[in-house]
Design a binder for this molecule. Structure first.
Ligand code: AMP
Ligand code: MG
Length: 484
């Protein structure tokens, strides 16, 4: 096993003791390697010809020299209620590595057994949820949306009780940081100003190094603005691809703006603005169309936590960045999706009317925009076929064609660019469900094939055309529970 392409660090251990507890993984039985992300490993500065060599690390039976596992302590707001008892309840930070390009990576073993923060949980992750997380992290990366990543996963034989008995698995999730908004809430509400300051400086030093030289007040102000902006832009990117996170609690918000914590997430099939992908979210707090606002509320929780060390005006100014950053990014995303380069005052109303139409007529979101990206090469049929009432499509298409007349790019040039932002392949829930069923029967090949497809969601990939199909009836509106 060669991993000398990176250096090992433990910078998290520089934080005060209250931010973590050292915990050894609880071994899993008869683990086997399911999937190893060679491309990611090489980005991180190592390669493995025999991924099975990593099985023991995934199973918690083996630690490499230099690994010093710990559970992070954080708190956070869950569904609007503050919970002081959170922390890594089933995941351990094994070590941090720095690759040849200087990028840092936290290695987090998810499903490693109980920790002091497990509360009533068993510390495990099941195969179903681990596959879902693996798939979606890599799908997001393929789409170019910031996300935690999946390095490898193992499955095991240990039974795990959820709604039914399932089998255990574990994922080595990597990210440049596993620090959440909830870390700051913990520091502010339980540890006091010095700890909060230490945490803030730690995050700036590791992840916002361009701010280090600024005088303190400005450093914090600029940093907070950046966190707010990254969060806003991330959510604008989610909206543009129809991604629903499902559990946008403040402990699931990454301080560096990654998509973090894949539980009951979903990509929209037919467009439904109020879609709720988490079946325990009965009030729809985290419905698709509420995500932009929830992102703002989460930034407010962070803002509150920062008040002891920041000037109130700076906090307020930082918060104002949210709307500007969100609106700017969202408008840009939608203009890109529609292939509009020229500025036209009526574009926002075109965009909003398009969403209303997609919603009212239950049009498949991904196929619609992909169809638009091939309008002049493939004609209007792929779009019209998405509508029960074709006249609605015709009217909209006429308006769109008219708008295109103010554009100056050639059709094929525009459509080429549109196909770089309107994916052909997305991780529809039914696709994830199908590979999970095969995996449960011991066949992991479909999982690997789906991962291959999702790595290049914007390419045609004619051999994988089937993955771009509309969901079968059984696969629509699958309801995913939080229990993972
Ligand atoms: P989540 O809903 O995945 O964001 O998790 C919320 C909190 O519950 C975190 O502190 C997790 O570590 C903890 N947690 C979730 N599932 C388990 C489990 N099976 N065992 C122990 N802790 C868990
Ligand atoms: Mg979580």
């Amino acid at each position: 096993m060669s991993h000398n392409g990176f250096t090992v660090e433990h910078r998290y251990l520089e934080l005060p003791d209250s931010f973590y507890t050292r915990v050894q993984p609880t071994p899993l039985k008869d683990a086997r390697m399911v999937c190893f992300n060679h491309a990611l490993a090489s980005e991180m500065g190592f390669h493995s010809e025999k991924p099975e060599e990593w099985t023991g690390v995934g199973a918690g039976t083996e630690l490499l020299e230099g690994m010093d596992p710990l559970a992070m302590k954080y708190t956070g707001h869950q569904f609007g209620m503050y919970n002081p008892d959170l922390g890594d309840g089933r995941g351990l930070l094994l070590w941090e590595t720095v690759g040849p390009d200087g990028r840092r990576w936290d290695w987090h073993l998810k499903g490693a057994g109980t920790t002091p923060y497990s509360r009533f949980g068993d510390g495990r992750a099941v195969l179903r949820s681990t596959i879902r997380e693996y798939l979606c992290s890599e799908a997001m990366a393929g789409l170019g949306i910031p996300s935690t990543r999946a390095l490898f996963m193992v499955s095991a034989r240990d039974p795990v009780r959820r709604e039914s008995i399932e089998t255990a698995a574990a994922l080595v999730r990597v990210a440049e940081s596993h620090i959440r908004f909830g870390h700051f809430e913990f520091a502010a509400h339980h540890e006091g100003e010095a700890a909060l300051r230490t945490l803030t400086e730690h995050v700036i030093a590791l992840h916002f190094p361009h701010l280090i030289e600024l005088p303190q007040q400005e450093r914090y102000a600029r940093w907070f603005e950046e966190v707010v902006e990254r969060t806003a832009r991330l959510i604008a990117d989610w909206q543009a691809v129809g991604f629903c996170h499902g559990v946008m609690n403040s402990d699931n918000m990454s301080i560096i703006g990654d998509t973090f914590d894949y539980g009951p997430y979903a990509f929209l099939d037919d467009f439904d603005a109020g879609y709720i992908c988490n079946h325990t979210d009965q009030g729809g707090r985290y419905a698709y169309n509420r995500q932009p606002n929830v992102g703002f509320v989460n930034c407010q929780y962070l803002a509150n936590a920062l008040l002891p060390i920041m000037n109130e005006d700076d906090v307020r100014r930082g918060m104002r960045r949210y709307e500007t950053a969100y609106n700017g990014r969202f408008l840009q995303n939608m203009r890109d999706k529609l292939g509009l380069v020229q500025e036209d005052e009526s574009d926002l109303s075109l965009i909003m009317d398009t969403f209303s139409m997609l919603h009212e007529h239950h049009v498949d979101y991904t196929r619609f925009f992909r169809g638009l990206s091939n309008l002049h090469s493939h004609g209007t049929a792929p779009i019209r076929d998405l509508f029960v009432d074709r006249s609605v499509a015709d009217q909209w298409l006429e308006r769109y064609q008219q708008r295109l007349q103010t554009e100056t790019r050639a059709h094929d040039e525009r459509e080429f660019t549109m196909r770089k932002v309107n994916p052909k392949y997305i991780l529809r829930n039914y696709l994830a469900q199908r590979v999970f069923q095969d995996a449960q029967n011991g066949d992991y090949e479909p999982l690997k094939e789906l991962l291959t497809v999702l790595q290049k969601p914007f390419d045609e990939q004619p051999e994988f055309e089937g993955y771009a199909a509309l969901p079968p009836d059984w696969g629509k509106h699958l309801s995913i529970s939080c229990s993972s």
